[in-house]
Write a protein that binds this ligand. Sequence first.
Ligand SMILES: NC(=O)c1ccc[n+]([C@@H]2O[C@H](COP(=O)([O-])OP(=O)(O)OC[C@H]3O[C@@H](n4cnc5c(N)ncnc54)[C@H](OP(=O)(O)O)[C@@H]3O)[C@@H](O)[C@H]2O)c1
Length: 295
Amino acid sequence: MEKILITGATGNVGLTTLKMLESGNYPGVEVVAAVRDIKRARKIDEISQCNFCQFEFDEPATYDKALDGVTKLVLIRPNQVTDVSNYIFPFLAKAEKLGVKHIVFVSIVGAERNRIFANHRTENHFKKLTIPSTILRPSLYMQNLSTLHRHDIQDHNKINIPSGLGLVNYIDVRDVAETIVTVLMNPGHENKAYDITGPEAMDFYQIARIFSDELGREIRYLRPSAIRFVRQKLLDKKQLFVVVTLSMLYAAARSGKMNYNNDVFRSITGHAPRNLTDFIHEYRDCWLKTGKMNK
Ligand SMILES: NC(=O)c1ccc[n+]([C@@H]2O[C@H](COP(=O)([O-])OP(=O)(O)OC[C@H]3O[C@@H](n4cnc5c(N)ncnc54)[C@H](OP(=O)(O)O)[C@@H]3O)[C@@H](O)[C@H]2O)c1
């Protein structure tokens, strides 16, 4: 019997992973979603029937119960939990003590080289643990465009991202989730780290063209400076941790550090990753003037 615990289970990757594990109907596998608010999580239709446990990184008193009987852990660190020494490492120590046998950690491309990322410190910490782990380093999520940047595209026909001419190889969170499920359910991925990307790196002028072609109106890439971007996002009332996180990621893209291209997704799953043009076509409604929020 395996018991899999997923943190960040209502977020982009966690929710998709949870749905995929539930619909996979794996015999002998129990899946538990670790969430801050069970009542709120149950209101999400697609997962209302899942097993939940109450869990909060900043509440160590919730660790024991969440980890009880767990054999495999999908660790997704919420962006707002940056104090990894106080809230991620003690959780991992508890997982080790309670006998977790495999951890899949969702990091981000470049984290192994970028000391400023909280995921960098978390990746390094795995070297001190005895639990086998698999580190996945996805490139930026396509879904950022349909959530965080949706308003700019839908209402103002612009992509307001300070990445200069830097190339980004967006990946669909459904492909990240599929990678997680594959490495969880198949042996041979322990103590490995994988950079996972979409099929093609492109700059934001190219991305703006794809949007324009799909939506039938001109979407312009504004290429703002980092300072202008921060000012605009704070004026838009985005939370500070979101603005800081995005600024770091787009600075990395601007300096060419998000220009990844590899075939790792295919080698793990056996098929090609989704491409950005198809994603924009599939979700086009959310950027139409009458579009609804895509989460
Ligand atoms: N965005 C990207 O392009 C990108 C690309 C590669 C890697 N990543 C990495 O992906 C991770 C974030 O994953 P995501 O985008 O799937 O997350 P997300 O959509 O931002 O969701 C965060 C999740 O964490 C939960 N959460 C927030 N604070 C918590 C706390 N104190 N204790 C327990 N749970 C808490 C939230 O639950 P509630 O429902 O309670 O709020 C939610 O389920 C980060 O480590 C980031 O570096 C992001």
